[in-house]
Design a protein around this ligand. Sequence first.
Ligand code: PBG
Length: 321
Amino acid sequence: MRRPRRMRVKDSLRELVRETRLSVENLVYPIFVLPYEEAKEPIDSMPGQFRLGYRNLLEEIKEIKELGIKAVLLFGIPKEKDEFGSYAYDENGVVQNAIKIIKDKFPEITIITDVCLCSYTTHGHCGIVKDGKVLNDETLEILSKVAISHARAGADIVAPSAMMDHQVRAIRNALDSEGYIDVGIMSYSAKFFSSFYGPFRQAADSSPKFGNRSSYQMDYANAREAIVEVEMDILEGADIVMVKPALSYLDIIHVISKKFNVPIAAYNVSGEYAMIKSASEKGWINEKDIVIEILTSIKRAGANIIITYFAKEVSKWIRNF
Ligand code: PBG
């Protein structure tokens, strides 16, 4: 007679038959960088996360390296903004400087950079705005410049997150024509119009000053459309495709991982982080157990790569898991 409980008798047996395991090599740690030498500003809405100056950034990289984390995703908070997000491709911009500093001291770390305009535009939208509309093709030119400037500084992978149509093709062409054929693209392919980004926008000072992002980010009611977005990005040259947020979108991760043969990343976003932090601070849930359960579910759904603000804690916890 079949008795599934047989394989649950003791730890060593359960471990033997465990199907999904978290590993630190698959984690990406997001970091917010400020254009100053010295800074460590706590982010209120994301307890335990900071906006770091260059020196503090290096300290952080040293720490994560010791924990076994090998990849970071960089976001910059610029000194100045304008209507077109021009500071996003400044050779001496905050992300460009951060890349150079990390590359110089820790060349073995994989540096991924967010390629978007929302932190760099005065209106807070991810593209150029005209008459209240976010323009697609005009934005592609700027995103390409941003990607090239990151590649020039030494980024390993650029991650376009503006959700403009054909942003992957534009960036791939631009990188290739400048000779950056080895710089990869991790596309935020299925990025949903989500309320889970709230805490991030406080951290990155990137909230739209009018309207919202529903004309470019995906309607969260749509699963088939996510397949189209991913398919387009792969055809346009994405090396890695991402689903974002993660937790309410496990179905999307699952379908995409079954359908496409490229690495799948999932972004365990700021709102997901903040919910867990606040409930665990109140003592209502056990942070460690919940985080491991959630990240395991993201991997079980089909994600190969998990971008998470919990990366540091998790890397400590899973050593004995
Ligand atoms: C930039 C961007 C956002 C996030 C990552 N890149 C915010 C947004 O789209 O408004 C969100 C990440 C998070 O919530 O942790 N477009």
